[in-house]
Design a protein around this ligand. Structure first.
Ligand SMILES: Cc1ncc(COP(=O)(O)O)c(C=O)c1O
Length: 353
């Protein structure tokens, strides 16, 4: 076996996916986008869950959507398109989230060139201050122009919260999206098919999302079993679908405080280290190139993370440990994202409870 490895429990992921879909369905959410970005293009996992009832596959990187080309669900580009990637967006995504009319015009021109109809969701910023037209700004002119573009379809509107500003979705702020929907529909005599009310941070409102919201884009809740407004585990879901296993390459008793004149560590920071006297120290063969160490939680209570460098994770060990021993860690979402992206971390799939 190759280490470090990320153990991926396909059965638990599948159970989480079914539960999320049930929860959404019971609350009148007709469409759930499966947000795959944490998988960094891992088709093995997507193959297990894509067919369970998600309406779209959504990712922020066009490279990943390209990998999913043969999968039979519409593909959504979640991050606003770069002008430099317009050709690929039209080629590999059926739908993209947008906020810039310049980009939308270019998407239309490219769609015409490729003889396609590209769908867009127009994004509104309700206060989190990441992407979207600010909800208090004028938007009807933009909508009017989009509706006149020959090769684009305005499939809906959406918002994204709890990403930059940490703003929690509430009935009040999501109702602003519904106001916008009503204004667009009345003004232009159209019906918007998707009103996309956010990500895993909107789940805490279920089953009481403002009526009219009929789509959510879900990543973290599906893979880590928790909503992200308050970070609470969702009932009946597995928080432990993924686990990191890394191997000890040194175990020695040494002082806890470095000896000599202290300058910077390998990342340019001045170390802050507590003197705890002699301790048993272990080094694991994984480092900051693969994961931010604060995103790991040891699953053995006799292991405590001390720090590390690009290729090394240093731990305090209590008890008997030897070089070659494998230590297990739980990971949070940013940790999982980096581990799945690192080509140095092997993926190990299993299918048991
Ligand atoms: C625009 C957008 N929608 C949805 C998501 C999914 O968020 P979450 O993983 O919290 O469900 C993300 C982030 O991955 C995103 O950037």
């Amino acid at each position: 076996m190759i280490f470090p490895q990320i153990k991926i429990n396909l059965k638990k992921i599948k159970e989480n996916a079914k539960r999320i879909l049930d929860l959404c369905q019971q609350s009148g959410i007709e469409s759930v986008f499966l947000v795959t970005k944490v998988l960094a293009g891992d088709k093995r996992i997507i193959n297990e869950i894509a067919g369970l009832g998600f309406t779209h596959l959504a990712d922020s990187r066009i490279e990943n959507l390209k990998i999913y080309s043969d999968l039979n669900l519409p593909k959504v580009l979640l991050r606003l398109p770069m002008i430099s990637e317009i050709e690929a967006v039209i080629k590999y995504a059926n739908l993209s989230l947008n906020s810039e009319i310049e980009v939308i015009r270019l998407l239309n021109a490219e769609a015409k060139k490729q003889n396609k109809i590209h769908e867009i969701i127009l994004m509104f910023d309700l206060g989190d201050l990441r992407e979207g037209i600010f909800y208090q700004d004028e938007y009807l002119k933009t909508v009017a122009e989009i509706l006149n573009l020959s090769n684009l379809r305005l499939t809906g509107i959406g918002t994204n919260l709890t990403c930059y500003g940490g703003i929690i979705p509430t009935k009040e702020n999501l109702s602003e999206l519904i106001k916008i929907k009503k204004e667009i529909e009345t003004r232009f005599q159209i019906e918007l098919s998707l009103i996309s009310g956010g990500n895993s941070s909107s789940l805490h409102l279920l089953p009481n999302l403002p009526p009219g919201i009929n789509n959510l884009r879900i990543g973290e809740a599906l893979f880590l079993g928790r909503e992200t407004a308050y970070g609470k585990n969702l009932p009946g879901m597995h928080p432990d679908c993924f686990e990191l296993v890394a191997e000890l390459i040194e175990v020695k008793t040494k002082p806890s405080y470095p000896l000599g004149i202290m300058g910077m560590d390998s990342f340019g920071n001045v170390p802050k280290i507590e003197d705890r006297g002699l301790m048993k120290r272990g080094i694991l063969a994984i480092g900051k190139q693969d994961v931010a160490l604060e995103d790991l939680m040891p699953l053995d209570e006799n292991v405590e993370i001390l720090g590390g460098s690009s290729d090394h994770l240093l731990v305090q060990l209590n008890g008997n440990f030897l070089p070659g021993d494998k230590l297990r860690f739980a990971v949070n979402y940013p940790g999982l994202l980096r581990l799945m992206t690192s080509k140095y971390v092997k993926k190990e799939y299993w299918n048991k409870s």
